[in-house]
Write a protein that binds this ligand. Sequence first.
Ligand code: ATP
Length: 257
Amino acid sequence: MPPPTAAVALRGLSKRFGDKVAVDGIDLDVPTGCFFGLVGPNGAGKTTTLRMVTGLLRPDAGEIVVDGLDVRHHATAVKARIGVLPEDLLLFERLTGTELLTYTGLLRGLAPDLVDDRATELLEVLGLADDAATLVVDYSHGMRKKIALAAALLHAPRVLFLDEPFEAIDPVSSRVIRSVLEGAIGRGATVVLSSHVMELVERLCTQVAVMHAGRVVATGPIDDVRGAVSLEDAFVELVGARDLDRGVLGWYGPSSG
Ligand code: ATP
């Protein structure tokens, strides 16, 4: 049984693609009200896990409980309580930033006035106000990420899932986003983020899970997982370092002829 205080609880969660086992029967608890970091090398199964938890992909086996609700039986209620920043940033390209947020807010069942107020505030806070009337197709990569994040925040979800939220985001906006997320956590929200940037996870997250080859190889309070070393050193230790022999790619370099 998942602990009653878990925002997300996974039991025996599995997914395979053909012969490839992407997620291999993982158990995981994300405590409510924490900033939770999901880390792991490329191909570890982080995105597949997040896609299953957020209802974008059907698991082969296992249980997913979000905010106390089993997603198999309460898919719609779970979707109303979560916000998702997906890896692929599939957006309605022919809408402006404002239109995208308005459409998302109305789809979420928010009152039009509330959508207007929140959309205006989010565009302002995220530095998109000057491009509110620009089509999303003309946004830069970082701007796309920010408008997708705004769309994920609009309905004030209890649990937020963010795939690499700070990648391509400038330092000023990063700082703003961090304080927005920390404020939400202070008011009881839970944020689960996946990232390869260990310093960031170390700075932001209080809890962490390290995935490797479809399994959770370590999880718990970040201080316990990293022990006396940095999170990056603990990560490399957990997933196995790959030191290159001196001769590897030795042909690459201006003086090698
Ligand atoms: P990264 O850090 O590189 O984004 P990740 O930890 O998010 O990696 P996943 O994207 O979950 O990893 O992929 C886990 C494994 O599942 C990989 O081996 C990947 O090739 C495989 N995989 C993921 N999605 C699919 C798919 N739709 N079809 C086939 N294989 C897939």
